[in-house]
Design a protein around this ligand. Sequence first.
Ligand code: PMM
Length: 354
Amino acid sequence: MRAGELTDASATQAVPGFPSRDRCLVMGIVNVTPDSFSDGGAYLAAASAIKHGLALARSGADIIDVGGESTRPGASRVTAAGERRRVLPVVRELSAAGLTVTIDTTRSRVAEAALAAGAAGINDVSGGLADPAMARLAAEAHVPYIAMHWRGPSRDMQQRAVYTDVVAEVAAELRSRLESLLQAGIDRRQLVLDPGLGFAKQPAHNWQLLNRLAELRALGQPVLIGASRKAFLGALLRSGDHAPAPPARDMATAAVSALAAAAGAYCVRVHDIPGTLDAVRVAAEWTTPQFDPAAQKEAPAGAAAKNATLTVGDPPDHASQARRAHPSKSDNGIIKDQRNLMFTLKGSRAWHRK
Ligand code: PMM
């Protein structure tokens, strides 16, 4: 992928109802469940879930996603009343604290109650397929709606992980969802799509979806990626018989977040905020055009040295030596190494953040 392909509007486009940032958004996970694969049981009590949500926000999460039903492969269902009991106090408290909260549910009745309790948006892993009333609710409430690719309930979803070309099929199924959801009246600007990593997907399917993210972005909607601590990362990091426990997959998750953000993901849904924030910031900087040849053409003669192109290994001139030793705010340089790799150094930001 060439650098020019990495940046475009859809990666950082604003979704009305969600915070606006000049980087990929970071969504922090609060599972108020006894059985989620990574943090099941840790935040089942409302007080600990609220404390955790506040801590995620303090660490820099842009959105807090609160869910009351585990979607791990083979999970059995909680009743709607039970799900509401788990999530509502948490949604209410976190929203009252001023946080942007999404409700992670496939049930419109749960979503409706969560919106009434202050939630700002809906995260529906079924993309509206599990409950026909969901799309209408999102349309009428005029809130952001995250529609994930889904082929059926978690109980037996892995039996549906059968694809000839997973990316083409997921894109086609998401496109058909998108059309129905738009028809139901959801504002296009508030529709976020998600390939649903791990949901009716084998590890190789997840990697292909990540590798060909551009084909999902071509649907024209912001794309959310939920890779955090998932089994395909455990499988990747496995050493002999030992797969690292979910929290030990956070660095791999951050690597996925950096690459997904650089490839134009709008948001990443994660357990670990600090590492992810670093990752998406790196991606934002990496993909920001750092050097504008047109601007150089118009620069006054004396400023030409600012954008000098050097070959690493050539003796540098004194001016560029001085620039490296004392980089100034207006100092931009391009260094070209012997393999013709271009590195752009943006003087003020790159140097001063070191
Ligand atoms: N994954 C899980 C739950 N909710 N929502 C979206 N939009 N995308 C996902 O990939 C997703 C999700 C399962 O992970 P968890 O048990 O760690 O919450």
